[in-house]
Design a binder for this molecule. Structure first.
Ligand code: ATP
Ligand code: MG
Length: 583
């Protein structure tokens, strides 16, 4: 059974179709590792029809928004016989760590994507291009396209202008090229403190596009980098590094989120200047923008996720209530369900908010055809079949998955004492209540029809035990079993055989659809009942290996917790109820 989506077109596919038709990217060279024009042009013809990339900054954990970008970029590469690179955009020394790199690799692989093609691994680090970026910057200076500015960051901000007013030129803008070059070299050599100088592109301080008002290429940061250590004390700005990274890697379609639309002229400016200087060669990458994923009932900003974790509102980055991929995996989301979700929401240029229920339904649709069924009782009450011999154990069975009716079956014993859900018995039933109440008949699923004969209460008035008698001729699967019609069927487990489990009933972390709307403090919207732990009983024979998932009949989809579960001590998470019960 596969839940891989059928191909649905979108504006990016249309662009790629046209590019492939026009032969724009045909015959271009590729010479690994990613290199400037001179090396690339000596390389062989690129076997990939297109190249895309997923470029996370290793400064946090991936979340469901990243999944959209991963599925898009890796999905396009797969569908067009291209290659998608996993590129760590690690140009910001302070916030990045190896731990994040490892976690990102693990979860992109978990989602089902690979960057190893014909034995070549297309995993790259922007920090590997630091030297090339620096050499390119020198050539921009030499060509008069960049200069070293001595204004402070505050001064630069003050002279940048506004959306309606142009900026003003820096007094250092027209300094001799040789002076800028010498200063740039001194910047690199560590002769200046943080913030003393910056290298800026010389474009146009009067441009209506603020991004073109002499953007900064390099700033001084005496900071250790997680990969390059103390080799550098100047670091490239993201907006300068990103187009170069794309070009060095031979990316054809550089897909990013809409907020980068205004950066596109600068992206092109950099590539065009470096091509004129012979550092890069056509065909150049093109940037395309799509709407980022906004999902209701969650926050996806890394900063807010970090706050939730560090302030202890959740138990860690993989807390099953978080929309991180690690959290979703622990909650019971499958890679297929996330891919299905990303396919269903599609790709467009229009910003929108997707309802969380779309993600939940994708999980149900992915699991329903394949998940093994089992019975669990989460709010147990004893049911005693008073006319069933105490020493009798009667084997019952049910399909592992009812969609595969003739497939494997699971077996479990019926005995005199069972656990049933407290809610399956009512002393005074409401209208249309078809389960157990005094005098009523129900079927014990996969077993017999029973008649409720009584119940016991304790001093507090709580029901402690329900009594019934079974009708021997009604055993499921035997001739005449249905002769007595009943309106309800309830699930049960044999009290003597059931497996005890801790079950964590998760609900949404936020009570509001848009917890970080406007200036609102999103912590105010936290749902105080987002996790309830109960002691339940599971069908005997269940092997609660971490990560194993089931549909517990009538209750929903559940997964054995990746951290805390063991076969001896099952800890089970509820991934999702069977139906959307959120109101
Ligand atoms: P931040 O800006 O908070 O550091 P980010 O979400 O931009 O975080 P990156 O690591 O830069 O994080 O993201 C990697 C890629 O994932 C980028 O190409 C980005 O466009 C994409 N991405 C991030 N969030 C979303 C989202 N909500 N929807 C779609 N794509 C996203
Ligand atoms: Mg980012």
């Amino acid at each position: 059974m596969t839940t891989e989506p059928a191909l649905v077109s979108n504006f990016l596919r249309t662009i790629i179709d046209n590019d492939l038709k026009s032969g724009q990217y045909q015959g271009r060279q590729w010479a690994p590792p990613p290199s400037p024009a001179a090396v690339r042009l000596a390389g062989a013809i690129d076997p990939a029809r297109i190249r895309t990339r997923f470029p996370p900054e290793p400064n946090g954990y991936l979340h469901i928004g990243h999944a959209k970008s991963i599925c898009l970029n890796f999905g396009l590469a797969r569908d067009y016989q291209g290659i998608c690179h996993l590129r760590f955009d690690d140009t910001n020394p302070e916030k990045e760590e190896d731990e994040y790199v490892r976690a990102i690799i693990e979860l992109v692989q978990w989602l089902g994507f690979s960057w190893t093609v014909d034995g070549a691994e297309h995993q790259y680090f922007a920090s590997d291009y630091f030297e090339t970026l620096y050499q390119f910057a020198e050539s921009l200076v030499q060509a008069g396209h960049a200069y070293v500015d001595e204004q402070s960051a505050d001064q630069m901000r003050a002279t940048r202008g506004t959306l309606t007013e142009p900026g003003t030129n820096s007094p250092w803008r027209d300094r001799p090229m040789a002076e800028s070059l010498a200063l740039l070299r001194d910047m690199r050599a560590g002769k200046y403190p943080d913030g003393a100088l910056a290298l800026r592109a010389r474009i146009d301080m009067g441009s209506p596009n603020i991004n073109l008002r002499d953007p900064v290429l390099y700033r001084i940061r005496h900071a250790s980098h997680h990969r390059t250590g103390d080799a550098w004390c100047i670091y490239p700005m993201y907006s300068w590094a990103h187009p170069v990274e794309d070009a060095l890697e031979g990316i054809t379609h550089s897909i990013c989120t809409l907020e980068f639309e205004d950066q596109r002229p600068y992206y092109d400016w950099i590539l065009e200047r470096l091509t004129e200087l012979g550092q890069l060669a056509a065909p150049l990458p093109r940037q395309y923008e799509f709407a980022r994923l906004n999902l209701s009932y969650v926050v996806t900003s890394k900063r807010k996720l970090r706050q939730l974790v560090l302030e202890g509102h959740v138990q860690g980055w993989d807390d099953p209530r978080l929309p991180t991929l690690a959290g979703l995996r622990r909650r019971g989301y499958t890679p297929g369900s996330i891919r299905l979700f990303c396919d269903r929401i599609g790709v467009s240029k229009a910003d929108s908010r997707i309802d969380y229920s779309v993600l939940e339904q994708a999980l149900r649709d992915d699991l329903d055809p394949v998940a093994a069924r089992a019975v669990a009782v989460l709010d147990p009450i004893k049911l005693i079949i008073t006319n069933f011999p105490a020493d009798l154990t009667e084997p019952c069975s049910a399909p592992v998955n009812p969609h595969d009716h003739d497939g494997p079956r699971r077996e479990f014993p019926l005995t005199r004492e069972l656990w049933i859900e407290r809610d399956d018995f009512r002393e005074d039933p409401p209208k249309k209540y078809f389960r157990l109440f005094p005098g009523n008949l129900v079927r014990l699923k996969y077993g017999y029809v029973v008649r409720c004969t009584g119940f016991l209460k304790n001093e507090q008035g709580e029901i402690t035990e329900v009594h019934c008698e079974y009708l021997p001729e009604t055993r499921s699967g035997t001739p005449g079993a249905d002769a007595i019609k009943v309106k309800g069927a309830i699930t049960w487990v044999s009290a003597a055989h059931a497996v005890a489990a801790e079950v964590r009933l998760y609900d949404r972390l936020f009570r509001e659809a848009h917890p970080d709307r406007g200036d609102q403090d999103f912590l105010q919207a936290i749902n105080p009942d987002s996790c309830r732990t109960v002691q339940g009983w599971l069908e005997p024979g269940i092997q609660a290996e971490p990560g194993h998932c089931w549909q517990f009949e009538r209750l929903g989809y559940f997964v054995a917790d990746r951290h805390d579960s063991s076969i001896e001590r099952p800890v089970i998470n509820r991934a999702i109820t069977l139906r959307d019960t959120w109101i």
